[in-house]
Design a binder for this molecule. Structure first.
Ligand SMILES: N[C@@H](CCC(=O)N[C@@H](CS)C(=O)NCC(=O)O)C(=O)O
Length: 241
């Protein structure tokens, strides 16, 4: 049995859920409560030294990094395949995943405002300092300080939105030959992009995921959401509760 430590609204977790569902793999889901800092507890840091979600446990062994987890799942359970069949295209797929991973900070600017800032802003300075001690990376410490004390400004949100729109531009170009991000078929590159496009379409820049602005991305997104695995992966709305 596989166990997935995840969050319903976490983009990286959504990727892995989508991959598991595409493969038709059964798993036990453990929701990690980020507002309670469960992902920075000593027990969790043992299975995920970066203190982030998701983490997959397979055969008792933990694995972190959503892109790596998806590739691991595809190698371990090859049917249906989710990687292109040439080394070159697989390399391109990895570069896409890496590129999209590098954009996560631009989602955090929006996500955390709705989701974690409400809780974090109520912590006292002492509580905040105590929590920061358990966060492994400087970058994420800074993100929590921002969530707790210094909300992102309109300029920062605009800049982040701009970078996410550039992702759509890049995808628009990549989708030209076959309607998928890499090569001729659906792959982990599409899975990696899906949670980002979900957030952009839902809230960050809905007018950009349109037939008028990015027609190929619009068609790709319609096609991706129609996949039975998408429904089962339960991306859900971000902005509720
Ligand atoms: N590159 C990592 C990113 C994981 C990540 O940033 N997860 C976020 C949720 S989407 C998280 O756990 N954030 C908690 C924190 O930074 O404290 C992956 O793809 O697994």
């Amino acid at each position: 049995m596989m166990i997935l430590h995840h969050g319903w609204r976490s983009s990286a977790s959504r990727r892995v859920r989508l991959c598991l569902e595409e493969k038709g793999l059964a798993y036990e889901g453990h929701v990690v409560d980020m507002t309670a800092m469960e992902h920075h507890s000593p027990e969790y840091l043992k299975i995920n030294p970066l203190g982030v979600i998701p983490t997959l446990i397979h055969d008792g062994r933990p694995l972190h990094e959503s892109g790596t987890i998806c590739e691991y799942l595809d190698e371990t359970f090859p049917d249906p395949p989710l990687r292109p069949d040439t080394p070159y295209q697989r390399a391109l797929m990895r570069n896409w995943i890496r590129h999209i991973d590098g954009l996560i900070g631009n989602l955090i600017i929006f996500n955390w405002r709705h989701h974690l800032a409400k809780t974090a802003s109520q912590w006292t300075d002492e509580e905040l300092a105590e929590k920061l001690k358990n966060i492994p990376s400087k970058e994420r410490q800074e993100a929590w300080i921002r969530a707790a004390r210094k909300p992102y400004t309109k300029e920062e949100r605009d800049a982040a939105r701009g970078k996410l729109v550039v992702l759509l531009d890049k995808m628009e170009e990549a989708l030209k030959p076959a309607g998928w991000v890499v090569g001729k078929t659906y792959s982990i590159a599409d899975i990696a992009a899906a949670p980002f496009v979900k957030r952009i379409d839902e809230e960050i820049a809905p007018d950009e995921v349109t037939a008028k602005k990015h027609p190929r991305v619009h068609d790709w997104w319609t096609k991706l959401q129609a996949r039975p695995a998408y429904e089962r992966a339960n991306f859900g709305p971000f902005l509720t509760s």
